[in-house]
Design a protein around this ligand. Structure first.
Ligand code: CP
Length: 376
């Protein structure tokens, strides 16, 4: 059977994923191997419904197309019932704490996904409180169900995205990103001040796998200090490298993969925290307009054919949705339309791997023995 040794996946039983930084690299590698195996089995039509009758509940405090469908698609392939709710429709908006919410949702569900990405300092802390609420409820009641919490994007990280990106990059590069020159670049967007979590997740993950990562952005678009430190530490430990430039052409020169996307100006994203805490919706709108005006100073930060020609025939990546004509030229997007769809499709297998690794006993053996197109 042509697939990697999956023994490491059994160490992931019961595990939640709140940032990739929380996980040792060998556990991330085991998860990626499981995701690749699940993809092979799923594409071959294998029956993977090991979690029949279980509830996969997810709460989204922000819009989503791909991640919602990846959550639902992963749960359905495993035989679970996916349910996705608008987070603002829960009692969180009436003051229920994250711990209470975790306990109340976790007592009925068998896995919980959360997206809470818009306000710096809040989303990841919310998820950790939700997990504490579930764990305390289960301990107090002797409930032995495994209820992993999966970060479906927060203010710090977007781990199912960065792991899907890594899975796609590994496939593109024939199995490994070590030694590859990969650029994560800011790009102009007129649509909204986007979260910082995708670039933070990408630079802090790829550096740990030995890639030579360049981060490019105009002055004023710095990422949070913590994921920047993780990226520097990851590069030092892996033999990769991490550098920052304020020149998009420099970042594209000789790159083998480029990931140009927008995010909001750092100072205004911090101001949004205060306005949100004060419940000041007029200030929130004003900050958004100022962020877009700030972005407009850098309209020339676009991924176009001229910049792609500076690269070593680079693969173009985007988490989607992309602002076509702003972040990326229509021609470049047309050329890579199928590639970015395949990149997006990897997320369903990352979520499947997270749910299966946390919940299916003896998963390594199950994955080894599941026949292509049948049951184990
Ligand atoms: N890339 C990504 O997370 O897409 P959605 O916002 O549509 O889920």
């Amino acid at each position: 059977m042509n697939h990697p040794d999956l023994a490491g996946v059994d160490a992931l039983r019961g595990r939640s994923l709140l940032t990739t930084h929380d996980w040792p690299i060998h556990d991330l590698a085991a998860l990626l191997d499981a995701a690749a195996r699940l993809e092979t089995l799923d594409r071959a039509g294998a029956d993977l419904t090991w979690l029949r009758g279980e509830l996969a509940y997810a709460m989204f405090f922000d819009n989503s197309t791909r991640t919602k469908s990846a959550w639902a698609g992963a749960a359905a392939r495993l035989g679970m019932h996916p349910v996705i709710v608008d987070g603002t429709s829960t009692q969180v908006s009436h003051g229920e704490t994250a711990e209470e919410t975790g306990a109340m949702l976790g007592m009925n569900a068998h896995a919980l996904g959360v997206r809470h990405d818009l306000i710096l300092g809040e989303g990841n802390a919310f998820m950790r409180d939700v997990q504490r609420g579930i764990d305390q409820y289960r301990a107090a009641t002797g409930d032995e169900r495994v209820v992993p919490v999966v970060n479906l994007q927060c203010d710090v990280d977007h781990p199912t995205q960065s792991l899907a990106d890594l899975l796609w990059l590994r496939e593109h590069f024939g199995g490994d990103v070590a030694g590859r020159r990969i650029t994560m670049s800011w790009a102009y967007s007129p649509s909204y001040a986007k979260p910082l979590s995708v670039p933070q997740g990408v630079v802090s993950l790829l550096t740990r796998f030995g890639a030579h990562v360049t981060l490019a952005h105009p002055p004023g678009y710095e990422l949070l200090p913590e994921p920047m430190a993780w990226a520097a530490e990851g590069a030092a430990a892996s033999g990769g490298s991490f550098r920052v430039t304020h020149d998009m052409d420099d970042a594209f020169a000789h790159a083998e993969a480029v990931y140009p996307k927008s995010w909001g100006p750092h100072a205004l994203m911090l101001q949004r925290v205060q306005a949100n805490r004060a419940g000041d919706s007029a200030a929130m709108k004003d900050i958004e307009q100022r962020a877009l005006a700030h972005n407009a100073q850098y309209r020339d930060w676009i991924c176009d054919e001229r910049r792609m020609a500076l690269t070593d025939d680079a693969l173009y990546l985007h988490c989607l949705p992309a602002d076509i004509g702003a972040e990326v030229s229509p021609g470049v997007m047309d050329r890579f339309r199928v590639d970015v769809a395949r990149e997006a499709n990897k997320k369903v297998y990352v979520v499947m791997a997270l749910l299966a690794a946390a919940k299916v006993p003896d998963l390594a053996r199950v994955l080894h023995h599941t026949p292509l197109g049948g049951t184990p």
